[in-house]
Design a protein. Sequence first.
Length: 481
Amino acid sequence: MIAIRRIFADRFIAVLMLLLLWHYFSPWAIVVQRRLESFDTASKSDESSSISTKPAEIPQEPSRGGDYIEEKLGGSEETFLRLVGTASKPPNISRDGAIRMMYHIEKGEDWLDLIEGQDDHIVQRYIYEKQHPPNCGSQRYLILNKFPGDDAFGLGAIVQRISDYLSVAIQTNSILLYATDTPPGEHFLSENGAPCGRSLDCIFQELSNCSSKAQKGMTSNIQSAFSGEQLDLDVEAFLAKHKYPIPLVFEEALKKIQPDVTREMLKYWWRAQAAAYIMRFNRNTSRRLKQFRLGEDTKQLGIQWDVDGNPRDVNVSFPLPEGTISMHVRHGDKGSEMRLVPFNDYVVRAEKFTAENPLGNWKRAFLSTEDPNVIEQMKTMARITPFSYSGSNSRWTWYWTDIPRLNTGPETQLKEFGNRTDLTIKWVLQLVMAIECDVFVGTRGSGWNRLIDSLRCTWLASCKQPFLEVGFEDDWMGYGP
Ligand SMILES: *[C@@H]1O[C@H](CO)[C@@H](O)[C@H](O)[C@H]1NC(C)=O
Ligand SMILES: *[C@@H]1O[C@H](CO)[C@@H](O)[C@H](O)[C@H]1NC(C)=O
Ligand SMILES: *[C@@H]1O[C@H](CO)[C@@H](O)[C@H](O)[C@H]1NC(C)=O
Ligand SMILES: *[C@@H]1O[C@H](CO)[C@@H](O)[C@H](O)[C@H]1NC(C)=O
Ligand SMILES: *[C@@H]1O[C@H](CO)[C@@H](O)[C@H](O)[C@H]1NC(C)=O
């Protein structure tokens, strides 16, 4: 009796195991799951095509100083959403033409011309129009003050934080402006007595062609404030709750194209769009960039190894030759936040790429970094991988800019090297030269690399070109804080 029972028990366990194995590994189980998933996404896309309703998680009644926004998609949002997914005309500007345009910016509209026909040009136009209304009198403004301790931040970090406020402004039908007494990122600018004060409006296109009296005299313990038509929203509480806010209109738009777009992608995409809007440099900056780019007040340097293995100086062409590889080596103070990737890893990754694509790529790279040791290392580096493994040519041609470098955080460098505005523009030049390139080696764990990625994808057509990640996945999952 006992023996029979045991046999039953054994059989039962064996059958159970088989069932479990079937459940987890049978192709049929996978098919069933796929069907369920596609059913899910189908029902989601149904929802998103009947827009104009507010999302379910946003409560109906806003309370005083609440941490949520009741958002309705109005006429301009409906118009925007109708444009999403319609085929746009291909850009009529060549690669070189687009690069040259960035060095010839005269007015804000030039940026719209530059990106006309790019994937997301309607997004930039929408933000531009929100921030540039036909009349300023009846508007609500969101005024942004300096962030606590923001002089420890790099440009990438500041822009990323401003993008949260730009999102709130769009969602609340307000216009974002910088405070003038203590604006965010003032440490990037020298005192110059201009009406823009020390705000980013001095080097970038003004956020808006409206201004508000409330920009002046904001006390330092306030982070942001509405002026004009009031709104019961505690912006900081809202941001603390919704960590990476993307305006609803853009979330709807992306879901229309890709119903299962991930939250990470929404966050990364919005930051790219916001950075591209916030950082449109103005006429003065564009002119200064051009001077630096062509070697006035700063040197553009290049070396190439000849067949005897001796380095010789070469000129840096304008724009950089097609197919140039951008390497941004993030060292500096970043070691406290992420593991630093040695310069060799960048070069090996790029050599592997050129070996895999020998017909389309010469070994030519533009190097940017704040670490002077990386520049010294580069000057002695003809190649890493053995010649037999190399693709098109065996030795590297290196390009770089002779800007002052100190392997520290931004504020130490700004203090050290004199004219803050000029140094900031030299850094912006490093970004612009990086996006003159066509292949990108870097790590998304670094805000500066994310900026390069953001700007190449919104300002230029080079988003379809490869980005080669050299970092550790753990460092960039979630694309930074
Ligand atoms: C691109 O097209 C616009 C109008 O569609 C035109 O005004 C502009 O001159 C064109 N640009 C170039 C470089 O051909
Ligand atoms: C702001 O700029 C936009 C676009 O350039 C223009 O249509 C609008 O009239 C301007 N608004 C004011 C108040 O000047
Ligand atoms: C641009 O430069 C001119 C002349 O140097 C100056 O008057 C003007 O205030 C500058 N504009 C900005 C926005 O800084
Ligand atoms: C580099 O530029 C200088 C100045 O424009 C020119 O004289 C020189 O011939 C150029 N060198 C090469 C290798 O093109
Ligand atoms: C600092 O650089 C800016 C931008 O190039 C320039 O307008 C300004 O005159 C410079 N200031 C000083 C004190 O040299």
